[in-house]
Write a protein that binds this ligand. Structure first.
Ligand SMILES: [Zn+2]
Length: 438
């Protein structure tokens, strides 16, 4: 409701309320361009102040968690210096519409519109792209394979994806002998979001003890739960769904803070559901009941417009890799669930970052190989986890009734303990009745 009799003194304050910045209209756009600008980005742009507001200080009392000195500045999405322009893109062999769209910071639907609704990808032919990002064209080089070099080695050497490399060299068989000339397209304009600079110092994290996980993630509860507070380290999607055990919340915070510090990643990190305050059923999730689970959306590339459902080419796999790595490094992560369909992206990001095969084996289930135990790796398959990591923290030592499956060791122990206690109770009863009968 607008009050027509607003005093003049209130006017400037109203004018200061600025809406989301209007998307820049490209200067280069042809006057007859029929292309419409994409829909405005949702208000996911979060740049938080270092100083805590009184509201936040109050929430610390409510959550049982305090983060002292978190000073992360989450970069806004998408990159502010976007300039939309019309360009021509020459299609590479094997290139998909999703890949092209992601590269130029646009969507598949826009690509189709730019090409009069007929999007035919023919290698060597060019298509029109209305791009928000104009990377330098890829450099074409020729590589002569050395003795003992395989496809993966060549892909890693040039930081390209295995599938791309094979597509660029269709005629060459799967076993690569020495002396084969391969075509490689090198992208010098790949966005680098991790490992260029160190991030902010790791803040001090205090978590109240006594939030205890009981039962299984699929049928369990939390007593005395603590909650992830608002922080500059991440963006909470639904604060009411961010409860967990002390052990789990501490681990999440330490892993994320370490990830920010070590990788220098300053993009937005969005936290989905954890557990409800008392745990128990949390639809639509099957688990998330005992305060040990967290869903973290995979980071997206800086030039991609914000979305909760990016395609794999829009995901920042290098940042995702560093995030998984930080969680695994705590030694308290039970599993990081990610669909097998996209594990290859994570694996290849790791390889291209120069991570050793031993570490990759420990970290990711992919690639399947005879004799490899998938449950020995931190990142494991779970269907439909293509846009987020579902991370489960192990039970703490002070959580005697926390377990995973009815058939696991921990549960056997719990049952044994219960049987022993029952027996003892029986014996006590007997002794008492005997004494009474004497
Ligand atoms: Zn989940």
């Amino acid at each position: 409701m607008v009050n027509p009799a607003t005093p003049a003194s209130a006017k400037p304050a109203v004018e200061e309320l600025v809406g989301p910045p209007a998307l820049e209209v490209p200067a280069e756009a042809e006057p007859d361009a029929t292309e419409r600008l994409p829909a405005p980005v949702p208000a996911a742009v979060v740049v938080k102040d270092v100083e805590q507001t009184p509201w936040q200080r109050q929430s610390i009392r409510a959550t049982g968690v305090e983060i002292v000195g978190d000073s992360c500045r989450q970069r806004s999405f998408p990159e502010p210096q976007r300039r939309w322009r019309h360009i021509q893109h020459t299609v590479l062999p094997g290139e998909t519409a999703e890949e092209i769209a992601a590269r130029y910071g646009t969507k598949k639907a826009s690509l189709r519109r730019s090409n009069d609704g007929k999007l035919k990808l023919v290698p060597g032919k060019s298509i029109k792209v209305y791009a928000s990002r104009t990377p330098a064209p890829r450099r074409r080089i020729e590589h002569v394979s050395a003795d003992g070099e395989d496809w993966t080695a060549v892909a890693t050497k040039y930081k390209v994806r295995y599938r791309e490399l094979r597509a660029w060299n269709r005629g060459v068989g799967s076993t690569l002998g020495p002396g084969r000339t391969l075509v490689v397209y090198i992208d010098d304009d790949r966005p680098q979001t991790v490992n260029a600079v160190r991030g902010p110092a790791v803040p001090e994290i205090r978590v109240r003890d006594g939030a205890i996980s009981t039962g299984r993630p699929q049928r369990g509860k939390i007593t005395n739960a603590v909650r992830l507070p608002e922080s500059t380290l991440y963006t909470l999607k639904v604060p009411q769904h961010a409860y967990g055990s002390s052990h789990a919340i501490r681990t999440h915070l330490e892993a994320i803070a370490q990830f920010r510090y070590a990788s220098g990643y300053d993009g937005q990190l969005i936290i989905g559901g954890l557990s409800r305050r008392r745990g128990r059923t949390f639809k639509p999730h099957k688990s998330h009941q005992s305060g040990r689970d967290i869903d973290i959306f995979l980071p997206i590339l800086p030039h991609v417009a914000f979305t909760y459902s990016p395609n794999p080419h829009e995901v920042d796999w290098e940042a995702s890799f560093e995030l998984a790595r930080a969680f695994a490094a705590t030694g308290r992560t039970e599993a990081i669930y990610l669909d097998r369909k996209v594990q290859r992206f994570l694996y290849e990001a790791g390889r291209n970052m120069g991570v050793s095969l031993e570490e990759l084996d420990r970290l990711i289930e992919f690639p399947p190989r005879p004799g490899k135990d998938p449950s020995a790796s931190a990142v494991r398959h779970s269907a439909d986890h293509v846009r987020h990591f579902h991370i489960r923290i192990e039970c703490a030592d002070n959580e005697p009734d926390c377990y995973n499956e009815r058939w696991d060791e921990r549960h056997t122990e719990i049952m044994k303990r219960k049987r022993l206690a029952d027996k003892e109770r029986e014996a006590k009863k007997k002794r008492r009745s005997r004494r009474r009968n004497r």
